[in-house]
Design a protein around this ligand. Structure first.
Ligand SMILES: C[S@@+](CC[C@H](N)C(=O)[O-])C[C@H]1O[C@@H](n2cnc3c(N)ncnc32)[C@H](O)[C@@H]1O
Ligand SMILES: [Zn+2]
Length: 425
């Protein structure tokens, strides 16, 4: 892994902060020369946070604003922490039009004691003109900037070979990012943060079981809390890769809209024993809906569920992450950072703050109601209160609506659910 940060005075960007370093691969040099003419093709102007930019004609989703806001919050948090002691290096690995890097530079970089290096990359050469144009504002601010048009695999491997380590990598992938996890972790500083997106929903939600074996090395089955389990598969996969490299992992935040599965994790210098205990299996009975979890470290036979036939209908998920999905102290710090975010982002943070993601068993209230023959699902908050009154851990799931997280067993859950009654969603 990386040695200690060499210190401000040895970095080129510290000596010459106004210089923008257009890092050239041969392809990059070509399109940089052609960039200004290419930009005239499509102009889509867009404003978000402090950024004003052209979107070009490539992929962009306005609805992903919460993910971009969180990316800026992650950068701002680093800026106010370790960014007060040394220079930071941030990588927008699949940048598209470069909106995340631009917002980092405009909304987070100013909080650092030393100007952070911002690396911006997109493999699609057709994005290069718009990327270059959008980064001009950072150039004018004297922000140390490195632009690339390389495959992520190549850039990460090159950075690792050259000893360049990042404090924050935003990996906003199309499809499954699994093949990039190990190279990305190797290019991270210990204590660095990886903000990861996957649009491969089919494998981790059990709709493509062979895909889950190939991309996650895990068994994935259909489950009512499918988004949550997809996030647990994702974190479990990243944790195993981190452990293989001799590191530990701390999940910072996890969320999904059912289309994209996003997780931010911190790479720790060493693993803690409790982390290993967080990798395990979840079993759900296909008939009675009972759920059980077991750590791989303490794996034994499954207990009989509520079915007369015992546990023969169990569908096993995993290995996956059974520990918390969020760091609540960390989220509190993010919510207090004075970075303006969209209303949807504020609401997301609020939901996540109310749910650490532990314990791992989550129940759909609609499913509980249908098992009891109720006219509609019970009030989620009333059921949480009833469970807490009964001495159980319980919270409203911050990941999927209408779901409840608890360590109560199914029998107690059904009993309290019928007491609370079906009041509609
Ligand atoms: C989801 S979009 C990025 C959106 C952008 N981060 C945002 O917030 O608007 C994914 C981008 O990754 C780029 N891409 C796809 N595969 C890549 C690879 N292997 N290496 C680098 N970039 C890649 C695509 O060209 C595309 O622009
Ligand atoms: Zn059963």
């Amino acid at each position: 892994m990386a040695g200690p940060w060499p210190g401000p005075s040895t970095r080129q960007w510290q000596r010459n902060p106004c210089h923008v370093q257009w890092q050239c691969s041969p392809q990059w040099a070509v399109w940089v020369a052609e960039a200004d003419t290419a930009l005239t093709r499509t102009q889509r102007h867009y404003r978000e946070g402090a950024a004003e930019l052209e979107l070009g004609d490539g992929f962009f989703r306005e609805q992903s604003r919460p993910a971009r806001d969180l990316s800026v919050l992650l950068a701002a948090d680093q800026a106010c922490g370790v960014g007060q002691e040394r220079g930071l290096r941030w990588l927008d690995l699949m940048a598209g039009c470069g909106i995340r890097a631009l917002r980092w530079g405009l909304e987070a970089a100013g909080r650092c004691a030393f100007s952070p290096e911002i690396w911006v990359n997109d493999a699609d050469p057709d994005r290069s003109a718009v990327l270059k144009s959008n980064m001009k504002r950072l150039e004018q601010k004297g922000c140390p900037l490195h632009l690339f048009a390389q495959s992520a695999e190549r850039l990460l491997t090159r950075a690792w070979l050259d000893g360049d380590r990042f404090d924050l990598i935003d990996l906003d992938a199309f499809g499954s990012p699994s093949a990039l996890i190990q190279p990305a972790l190797k290019a991270l500083q210990p204590e660095g943060v990886l903000f990861l997106a996957s649009t491969d929903g089919r494998s981790p939600t059990g709709h493509d079981r062979s895909g889950a074996i190939r991309r996650l090395g895990a068994a994935a089955r259909v489950h009512p809390a499918s988004w949550e389990l997809a996030l647990r598969h994702q974190i479990g996969f990243v944790a195993r890769q981190a452990w293989m490299l001799g590191h530990g992992l701390e999940p910072l935040l996890s969320f999904s809209d059912g289309r994209t599965f996003r997780t931010a994790v911190r790479l720790l210098p060493h693993h803690a024993e409790a982390e290993l205990n967080s990798l395990g299996l979840l079993a759900r009975c296909d008939v009675c809906g009972n759920q059980q979890v077991q750590s791989l470290l303490r794996l034994r036979a499954w207990e009989a569920c509520l079915c007369p036939s015992g546990s023969e209908h169990l569908l096993i998920h995993g290995p996956l992450w059974l520990g918390p999905l969020q760091g609540l102290d960390f989220l509190r710090r993010l919510s207090d950072a004075s970075v303006p975010v969209a209303g949807a982002t504020g609401r997301l943070l609020h939901r996540l703050l109310a749910d650490s993601g532990s314990p791992a068993r989550v129940w759909s209230t609609a499913e509980l109601a249908s098992r009891l023959g109720l006219s509609g699902p019970p009030s989620v908050s009333a059921l949480v209160q009833a469970l807490r009154d009964a001495g159980q851990l319980a919270s409203v799931s911050g990941v999927m609506g209408g779901q409840i997280r608890t360590n109560a067993d199914l029998q107690m859950l059904l009993q309290l659910c019928s007491t609370v009654g079906g009041e509609g969603p």
